[in-house]
Each structure stands twice: as structure tokens, then as C-alpha cells.
Design a protein around this ligand. Sequence first.
Ligand code: 6PG
Length: 251
Amino acid sequence: MTSVVRIFDTPDELFDAAAALFVRTARGAVDAAGSFAVALAGGSTPMRLYARLAAPDGPAAGAPWARTHFFWGDERHVPPDHPESNYGMAFEAMLRHLPVASPQVHRIKGELPDADAAAADYEQELRRCFTLASGRWPRLDLVLLGLGADGHTASLFPGTPALDEHARLAVATTVPNVGAARITLTAPVLNGAARVVFLVEGTGKADAVAAVLQGPQEPDRWPAQLIQPKDGELVWLLDAAAAGKLSHPML
Ligand code: 6PG
């Protein structure tokens, strides 16, 4: 694994760099293998990246969208038109503006009554898309991740059983203390990616960034520490505020 931390003065510079990296990764994957498989992040942070990628005269003009397949790192257990839906956020911010056909969009079916069934359905979709034999893992070209102030990423929350899942590709879980049901890719799937990019901005994440990157290894407390692509690149894109508690040797 190679890893890099890039710190930007402003969020705008962060998301500009993220857009350029997204497009570079897409073009590289299509040149190498004829397709690009990306798992999108949820939450609010990536919205500004998705808006840049959707801009008609923006950095992704001419990106290989017809060769791109969209997955998600996690989803809330809600219908796709629900305001909390990660798919819904990405659709509104980006997908509806892109020349992308529905077979290229592999959303997690948060509308299924049972979150476990939604996770199992998503696992089968991944196995179908990557023609995976039993015991094999998908290799996503790019995984986008956010970071919660509690150190979670995707829906891998501190102290939850999902952190210890090493057989399933996707599982149902719940948000601690809240109880909201989620579906998440498991750490082995995220770590099977060719490139994993964390997008983190704002002072609210500074403590978690410092703990994850420079604190003791405690992945049960700081689940983002689980993300160590075994044969890939780990990239942290931070604004100065989110990097504000890192010690200087990292800068
Ligand atoms: C989600 C994401 C989650 C998110 C972090 C940060 O479904 O919400 O998968 O892991 O990336 O909670 O969220 P913000 O970007 O909103 O701060």
C-alpha cells in the first residue's frame, strides 16, 4: 500500500483536486481495462465534488462516463427518493446531469423492508458485476470515503460488529445511539480497491483526522484506521481546517 496526505488551504482547492483525481483515475481505468468502477461516498462533504463533476464545462468534461459504473460505499435504510438517501444525493448533485444509463448505476436498495436483505441483494449485485467466484473480492478502481467526527467511514461505526466482518461484501448495521439502520460495504471490499480517497474538510473533523492518522492503532474506536488498501493507494484530501490538529511532520 502507498499512502499520501494532501492538505489544501481551502475547501474549494480540495474539491478541485478531488475532481481532477477522480477524472484521472477514471481515464486510467478505462485506458487499462475499458471500464471504471467507483464507489461513491455519502453524507454532505462529497456534494461539492459531485457538483464539479456534473458541471458541463467543468473538470470532467469529456470524462469516460459511458464506461463508468457507479456503486456506493454505504446507504441509509431508506427509499431512493428519501432526503437521507446517499443515492438520492448523488443523483441530484451529479448523476441526473451525466450521460449515464441506468445499467451503469448500481445503487443499494435501501427501500427493501429488511436491511439484511438489502445487504444480501447488494452483495449479489457486486458478485454479478465483477463476476466473482465465492471467496473472491471485487476490485473497485476508486472508492470515495468521508470521515465522521467519531472516526467512522462508510457505515463502519465504532464498536459495531460490521468492523469484524471478513466474509461478506456488504452487511446491515445501525448507527450507535441512534439506531438508524444502514447498509455498508465491509472493510475487505474497501481495502480491495485500487485507490481509496478520503475527502475531509472542516474543523469539526480535525480531532478525528489526527486520531486516525497519528493516534495509536485502535480501529474499533477509530474505524477509518481499518482502511488500508492491500494492493492500492490510500489518499487523504484535507483542507487546512480538518488538518489543523496534525503534528507538523505530516504536513
Ligand atoms: C454517510 C457516509 C458517512 C459520511 C460521514 C461524513 O452515509 O453519511 O457514508 O460515512 O461520509 O458521516 O459525513 P459528512 O460528509 O456529512 O460530514
